[in-house]
Design a protein around this ligand. Sequence first.
Ligand SMILES: Cc1cc2nc3c(=O)[nH]c(=O)nc-3n(C[C@H](O)[C@H](O)[C@H](O)COP(=O)(O)OP(=O)(O)OC[C@H]3O[C@@H](n4cnc5c(N)ncnc54)[C@H](O)[C@@H]3O)c2cc1C
Length: 387
Amino acid sequence: MRSLFYTEEHELFRDTLRDFFQKEVTPHIDQWEKEGKVDRQLLKKMGEMGFLGLEVEETYGGMGLGFMYTAILQEEMGRLGSLGFNTVVGAHSYLAMNYLIHACDDYIKEKYLAPSVTGDMIGSLSMTEPFAGSDLKAIRSTAVLDGDHYIINGSKTFISNGYYGDYTVAAVKTDKGISMIVIDLDSEGVTRTKLDKVGIRCSDTAELAFDNVRVPKENLLGEEGRGFYYMMDSLQVERLTGVQGGIGLIKYVLDITLQYISEREAFGAPISRFQVLRHQIAEMSTEYEAYKAFTDQTSYRLAQGENVVKECSMLKYKVGDLMNDVVYKCQQMFGGYGFMEEYPIGRIYRDVRVMPIYGGTSEVMKEIIAKMLIDNKSYKPAYNSRT
Ligand SMILES: Cc1cc2nc3c(=O)[nH]c(=O)nc-3n(C[C@H](O)[C@H](O)[C@H](O)COP(=O)(O)OP(=O)(O)OC[C@H]3O[C@@H](n4cnc5c(N)ncnc54)[C@H](O)[C@@H]3O)c2cc1C
């Protein structure tokens, strides 16, 4: 069927991605899960193919494409069935790099954005602290100007790509309020500790401690004191790209389940003949189609430069719930095999639990939606639109 939102060029790009991922990613997922990291060489290859810089301007080595190409990349990563791999690439391209694209001058773009496009540098975003997660205004890390440098003190936690990555875009308190500063993670005074997680194990997650870390003052992003607005703006993209990946993952889970139930037999017939399973497949597929359409429409609106905070928040919590619901029901259809490491559905069950937590919890999403609908609160964009 012809899509309202994707052109023939988009679909050709999708085919290229599928070929690349089937060859370069699918065969390695289980090994990366065991090792607790994604091979840097793969990220470098993605950089060479242009996949890490889809929306970056060509001056800095990017492809200069629109947000619908990002939507395709994220969805196709989701369809690989590894939320861990998707998190590694997403945290780099749509958490860290999004700030470098939109809130930065040429100095930072040359120093960090260009090598991020090629995969020579891998980035992370440090907002969360041990005492400030949902309530980001409560962060305590500080940056104090001392001549040509900021001196950074404090700590961050749950930072994706924080252990194996090269730099972090950190929210810190300065004289003028919350500001964003790029910190090289191999600087003197930075300590990284790898955290042990329930799922998405090939995505590294770190606790970071900063002890009098000296950072050149040119590493400040945009204006001092505007950090909170930059975060609110970028969180839209963080949430929507997460949802695009989630939609792809739901499709993958439905596909492998349909295949399994048509092959597995019980009581002399494929289990796909049992009406209770058939109806569940019908219900889950209907919900998938509804949220896929809502996701594509919201992606298209964001690509046109519209402010879609409410819709991103709605999708973030709903698709997070749907991922968990679909995976639970599909795992049940695999019977005992669904509980074995040999089948991807078991790992995916562990992985999807994080979706209603990271990138802003479901409760916080509902607070945003309620404030916009009931209290007429609006969230103004901090940057120019994406068009
Ligand atoms: C695997 C993983 C990767 C992550 N990656 C990153 C990253 O790369 N960078 C980064 O900065 N952060 C990252 N995070 C952090 C993540 O965004 C936070 O965990 C999340 O925002 C919640 O913060 P918290 O854990 O401090 O929970 P809290 O804020 O302490 O919340 C605890 C509970 O209280 C509820 N709650 C809080 N406030 C309200 C309210 N107003 N109304 C109703 N309920 C409320 C929450 O919904 C939650 O259920 C990651 C987390 C995980 C688990």
